[in-house]
Design a protein around this ligand. Structure first.
Ligand SMILES: O=C([O-])CC(=O)C(=O)O
Ligand SMILES: [Mg+2]
Length: 235
């Protein structure tokens, strides 16, 4: 399967089907991020390949600014340091990409309503942040595809500094390697190590097929109109 075929196939399944498939392979809870990793609103679903970013707790003291011009400059320098990963995402490589950020347990709204749109314009699938999202109200109005462990008004400045890009990271209890498959829906975030992906699909297919058969009967019994959740395997 090509990467495109693989991710197209994975997108048919709910995180629950994919998680059951991991169970079948003996990987119980191995890719399950902590329940503190939540979508910023209901209904966000995406799947894509991990582009990893590791941020570290800031080591140096922050500047006590004495003018707004100085603050502008200090903040710009801080952002250049922290947000160096932004330029590694381009319109050419952003398709099917999920940014996965490890903030080393530090508070700080690295994802705000501005960077969310910068990344949406580039074409990423979504962002999964073990750390903070801020400007949440606006990010929701923008339909930004974001999962995070913290909602906060604080900035990343003063709290974190750059670590590494494209290395294995610890994200909400799971080690994520660049290129692993990140699956996010209302239930949470599941990471499928790339080496298991094709096998996971075989088991997930059976789980979803059986579920659709049983739930279709319930829909009929209850007089419900069939909806898109019963069509996932037809897409
Ligand atoms: O400005 C920043 O660095 C973070 C932020 O608030 C945004 O992206 O909206
Ligand atoms: Mg902002």
């Amino acid at each position: 399967m090509t990467k495109k075929e693989l991710i197209t196939e994975i997108r048919k399944y709910r995180c629950s089907d994919l998680s059951d498939a991991m169970d079948a392979l003996g990987l119980v809870d191995k890719g399950t991020m902590a329940e503190t990793m939540r979508p910023i609103r209901p209904g966000i679903e995406f799947k894509g390949y991990a582009h990893t970013v590791k941020l570290l707790p800031r080591q140096s003291a922050v500047t006590r600014c004495t003018s707004v011009d100085e603050w502008r400059q200090v903040l710009a320098e801080g952002c250049d340091n922290i947000y160096n990963f932004v330029d590694t995402v381009t319109e050419e490589n952003a398709a099917d990409m999920v940014i996965c950020i490890d903030m080393a347990g530090v508070r700080g709204g690295v994802w705000g309503s501005e960077i969310a749109m910068t990344m949406m314009e580039k074409g990423i699938e979504g962002a999964v942040i073990d750390g903070g999202c801020r400007d949440s109200y606006e990010a929701n109005l923008e339909n930004a595809p974001v999962f995070c462990t913290k909602r906060t008004f604080t900035h990343a400045y003063g709290r974190v500094e750059r670590g590494a890009i494209g290395v294995p990271v610890e994200c909400a209890g799971v080690t994520v390697k660049p290129g692993d498959i990140i699956c996010a829906d209302d239930d949470g975030v599941l990471v499928i190590p790339i080496e298991y992906a094709e096998e996971v699909i075989q088991y997930a297919h059976v789980q979803l097929e059986d579920d659709i058969a049983v739930r279709s009967q319930h829909y009929e019994n209850l007089g419900y109109e069939p909806d898109a959740t019963l069509e996932r395997l037809k897409e």
